[in-house]
Each structure stands twice: as C-alpha cells, then as structure tokens.
Design a protein around this ligand. Structure first.
Ligand SMILES: CC(C)(COP(=O)(O)OP(=O)(O)OC[C@H]1O[C@@H](n2cnc3c(N)ncnc32)[C@H](O)[C@@H]1OP(=O)(O)O)[C@@H](O)C(=O)NCCC(=O)NCCS
Length: 183
C-alpha cells in the first residue's frame, strides 16, 4: 500500500537525502551532479507557494515525490522559459502560460514502484486545489514514461527540442490549464 502525504518545506529540506535517493534511483544522473542538484532542491523549498507530496510505503519509507511552487520573475527556470516561450510563441503566450503558474519542478518514483499509478496520483494531487491558472514543467524530449504520463493527464507541448543555457540535452516544456481535466 502506497499513500501520499503532504510535506512542508522544513521537512522537505530535512529529508533531502531521501529525496535525492529517489531522484538518483529514478533518473540515474551523473554522480558529480548530485551535490548541485541537492542545493537547487533545497533552494526550491524557499520559493513561494512551495508544495510537496511524498509517496510512502506503510512503514513511512518514501518511494516517490512531486513538488512545485509558484513561478515568479527572478527564478532561473522561470526567466529562461519565459524568454524562450516569448521568442518562439510570442509574449502573450508566454504571459498566458507563465504569468500565473504552478511550476512542477520534480516528479520521481523509485523504479521498484513505477507503473502502479503512483506518478499519476502525485501529479494530480500536487496540482489539486492550486490557485494558479496553469501548471508548467520541463521534461526530457524523448518518448519516456514521463512524457506519456503528462500528455495523458492533459499537458500540451509549449516548446520541444529546447536546450537550457549551459546544457546539451533536448527538453520539452509542457503546460496544462488548472484545474487539470482529470484532477
Ligand atoms: C515519470 C514517472 C514519475 C511516472 O511514475 P509511475 O508511477 O511509473 O507512473 P504511472 O504508473 O502513474 O503511469 C506511468 C505511465 O507511463 C507508461 N509508461 C511506462 N513506461 C513507459 C515508457 N518507457 N514509455 C512510455 N510510457 C511508459 C505507463 O504505461 C503508464 O501509462 P498508462 O497509465 O497509460 O498505462 C516515473 O516513470 C519516473 O520516476 N521516471 C523517471 C524520472 C522521471 O523521468 N521523472 C520526470 C522528470 S520530468
């Protein structure tokens, strides 16, 4: 039995090692990126409207998580994506999608527990009851489970083949109106 539990910013920061373990198992990132990723996640907890859900086993072991926050100018991802959407789709589109958005920063489920509906439940529940007009995210622009899941929930592509500054991998930027149709 896997249950979802809301986790506040203080608990999130105090459990960053568990968060990073799930992230590492799910994403298999290069080891030298982990400390940087941990610092970025810790900073995210201080963003306005931070919201996080842990997916936990009956004994409290976390096996998945999703978190996001209200995007505002001055945040790196927000500024980069706003500019890119404005350049490719126009300023109005950028404002419509990013002007009042929940930015879904991370969604991960440990591989031992994938394919059981946990990821879907995490995304739907983290978006539920949010005051924002939209929810936006970035994900690798590949035929992954994440791409499939987000499309299935109702996300549409805002940008494809997008390369973040300093990066080389291609990302899709996707968004959905809130409340989610399947939420
Ligand atoms: C994306 C992720 C969170 C989904 O979690 P999950 O608990 O497995 O998700 P669910 O069981 O709710 O749904 C998975 C869906 O993807 C499908 N799927 C699984 N593997 C897939 C693949 N390789 N390609 C396409 N679809 C796939 C499943 O069939 C299911 O779709 P369905 O409901 O239409 O049958 C999880 O796969 C994960 O942690 N992946 C690695 C980390 C990652 O990419 N995170 C997102 C970063 S933006």
């Amino acid at each position: 039995m896997i249950g979802l539990r809301r986790v506040g910013p203080d608990e999130f920061v105090s459990r960053l090692d568990s968060v990073l373990d799930i992230y590492t198992a799910a994403m298999a990132p290069p080891v030298d990126q982990l400390s940087g990723r941990k610092a970025i996640m810790g900073n995210h907890a201080a963003h306005p409207g931070f919201t996080c859900l842990f997916a936990e086993l009956a004994d409290g072991t976390p096996v998945g998580l999703a978190y996001g926050f209200h995007g505002v100018p001055g945040q790196w991802w927000h500024d980069v994506v706003h500019q890119a959407v404005a350049e490719r789709r126009g300023e109005t589109s950028a404002r419509d999608w990013l002007g009042d958005a929940l930015e879904l920063a991370e969604v991960h489920v440990h591989p031992d527990h994938q394919g059981k509906g946990v990821g879907r439940a995490l995304v739907l529940n983290v978006c539920e009851g949010r005051p924002e007009r939209t929810v936006v995210l970035s994900t690798r622009d590949l035929p992954t489970a994440a791409r499939h899941l987000y499309r299935n929930i109702g996300f549409v592509d805002l940008l494809t083949a997008f390369v973040f500054p300093g990066g080389y991998e291609r990302y899709a930027i996707a968004g959905a109106m809130l409340p989610l149709p399947s939420g």
